[in-house]
Design a protein around this ligand. Sequence first.
Ligand SMILES: Cc1ncc(C[n+]2csc(CCOP(=O)(O)OP(=O)(O)O)c2C)c(N)n1
Ligand SMILES: [Mg+2]
Length: 685
Amino acid sequence: MTDEQLEQLSINTIRTLSMDAVQAASSGHPGTPMALAPLVYTLWNRILRFDPSDPIWPNRDRFVLSNGHASMLLWSVLHLTGTKAVNADYERLGQPSVTLDDIRRFRQLGSHAPGHPEYHWVSGVETTTGPLGQGIATSVGMAIAERWLAQRYNRPGFEVFDYDVYAVCGDGCLMEGVGAEAASLAGHLGLDRLCWIYDNNHITIEGSTQIAFSEDVAARFQAYGWDVLRVGDANDIDRIEHALQVFRTTKGRPTLVILDSHIGYGSPHKQDTSAAHGEPLGDDEIRLTKRGYGWPEDAKFLVPDGVREHFAAGVGARGAEARRRWTELFAGYRSKHPELATEIEQMQRRELPAGWDRNLPVFPADPKGLAGRDASGQVLNVLAQNVPWLLGGSADLGPSNKTTLKFEGAGDFQAGSPGGKNLHFGIREHAMGAILNGLSLSKLRPFGATFFIFSDYARPAIRLSALMEIPTIFVFTHDAMGDGEDGPTHQPVEHLASLRAIPGLVVLRPGDANEVVEAYRTVLQLRHRPAVLALSRQPLPTLDRKRYAPASGVARGAYVLADAPDARPELILIATGSELGLAVQAHEKLLADGIRSRVVSMPSWDLFEDQPQEYRDGVLPPGVRARVAIEQASTFGWERYVGAEGRSIGMHTFGASAPLKELQKKFGFEPDRVVAVARELVGKQ
Ligand SMILES: Cc1ncc(C[n+]2csc(CCOP(=O)(O)OP(=O)(O)O)c2C)c(N)n1
Ligand SMILES: [Mg+2]
């Protein structure tokens, strides 16, 4: 067989595996894999520096399939390259990541060929995609990470980081706003290791893109500062390769390759129609299409002899050689720059460096206290010095979020200073969320900030961080009515409840400055869970920890802060964040009146739920039914802890524009109200 024949055979293998898998599953998306098989073939077999035997090798090129519905492209290529599996502890397992059997069981329970690419589930997937636009936005984070890693770790003669990031996307990704936010920032930052390939097929689910998408994409990306290339025929692999080579030599800006393609390529009745997008072709159409490809019509899941070997000789050999050279390079690097090498190794395993929590502040008791955001700013400035790869920024609210890193050498990340630790996301919360995930997938430890109210603008990325099981840190300040005069557009109400509903996400709302310290201490140690910190705008009294329990209880999600005599409460006040001080005030009054109250500080439901039943029963004894939850947010969900007989003091409406004091009065966040509710519950009015 000639090389050309082998290439065509390999491309058609990707196509037919995709068609057969979708048909067997009776669901999925055959058309785009059929159209993009030549692209994926070319990128993987001719360009990508990826070693199938070690898919987490740190300096590999990244491949992101942002149009995640075309997942069969990825399953085909991961299978054909023999990519190996790794586990959550980053151990290489030796067994294949995606078997032919997985592909036969595409979209079935337990198969490593699920409906969409899933990072935590299939090795070789660089990020979870499916929500359109997320993949390309995440790829910007990966490209920022590459610049940052190169700047910090490369030394003369030791280019330990110099990888490229490729993302394939469709019309949907480019219609979604998150893609535009991310492209704008990537252009600003001149991320020249970033290449997006746009599958310009003029088709989405409802039909032709003419019904909703008539902009000039090329002009838009040029305006963003990207280099824009065009390949007019998605079957022309030499031109595709050429475009990718041009990208590799382009300096100072990212590249968009516009690739004109035909969805469902080769299908006599479905090519160029939306019918090829999201349903099986049907047995007859598959037969006709295979005939057109010169494929045995009745063969199913056929991988012809020579195809696996062809991938092994292409990406397999090139990747193995690149990794071998890198491993050698890294051995020399380790002997010359041992500290830096250790950092890289720790980072890869998501470990923390020795002394990561040294010099964390301890805040003395202070009735005037400190705002959650101010305590957070102090803590972040310590942690980011202890953990070199902790970095982050805000969506243009750094001065308000107090997330700016101010120590000597922290610096700003810009095109000309890619070692800076302060990222400026601009007013682009959604892209910020995705970019943070991209940084985290690159093993950096990123944090990103905005007002809590605008967490909604980042929510899809927050959800994905939890789904991917990656430890992204979201810092949200102005977490309740504290935004006072700004009014209800700026006052979160339902946000805590809605974020608590995301599985795996750790939501923490610390109640004083020392709880902020402990919250960060807990969050930093998470390896596979993202976290949200909800922090106050206004000062909160710093509790006297000689009188009350130590803030280290935060690690368990909830703890007894102040107790009834003999630890025998008849009433439990449960509070979070800015309402903790209020609970303590009410508690002191109740105690003075002879009511045996206990205060439970509950900064995190999620962490509390992870504790053994015995601990939880110790904090919230099942026999004590008189319980009051106090939180300046929707009461939704608090029944879980206060039970049918308890009460929740919270928000039942949106807030209002007024000074905080007046809002506290209007909405009932005052000690006397808490005392009155508590007395009623214990029947001692
Ligand atoms: C955020 C988001 N909205 C909607 C969808 C549902 N959806 C999946 S594919 C698709 C059409 C995508 O069109 P295009 O990106 O052009 O892909 P093609 O059909 O050309 O492969 C839609 C609307 C989604 N996956 N994500
Ligand atoms: Mg399309």
